[in-house]
Design a protein around this ligand. Structure first.
Ligand code: SF4
Ligand code: SF4
Length: 127
């Protein structure tokens, strides 16, 4: 009898509590500024552009990073493999140029493995 009363008490108590879940995807939780989502690499020529130093590749624990350079040694294409990335943020934290940012974008699911390679090309480079 006591167990039944305890159970009913728990049920009624929760009737008046605020839900702890959200009706995703209609409602979304506000993310912290420290959230690590989709990465963006700057392959252009500004103050924060990638110089191809290789630090990010060395600190990436899952080998998710690759880039291509042209004959002059400039990075023309930079890729993250989302099949391997664990979103640890090392590439962003250790890049001496601040060339990598992690956005708050997290809905990265797709139907094709090929689309899980994020590639950023230098402006003017062909696809
Ligand atoms: S650490 Fe930064 S500058 Fe160096 S290769 Fe990686 S993204 Fe480019
Ligand atoms: S977030 Fe971590 S695992 Fe993903 S590419 Fe950067 S260093 Fe590699």
């Amino acid at each position: 009898m006591k167990a039944l009363a305890d159970g009913l008490f728990t049920v009624f108590k929760h009737l008046f509590m605020k839900p702890v879940t959200l009706e995703y995807p209609e409602k979304k939780r506000e993310l912290s500024d420290a959230f690590r989502g989709k990465m963006v690499a700057d392959t252009n020529t500004g103050e924060h552009c990638c110089i191809g130093c290789g630090v990010c590749k060395k600190v990436c624990p899952s080998g998710a990073i690759s880039y291509e350079k042209n004959e002059e040694g400039k990075v023309v294409s930079y890729s993250f493999d989302l099949k391997k990335c664990i979103f640890c943020g090392n590439c962003m934290y250790y890049c001496p140029r601040g060339a990598i940012n992690m956005t708050k974008e997290y809905e990265l699911g797709c139907e094709s493995k090929e689309n899980l390679i994020l590639t950023y090309k230098k402006e003017g480079e062909d696809d």
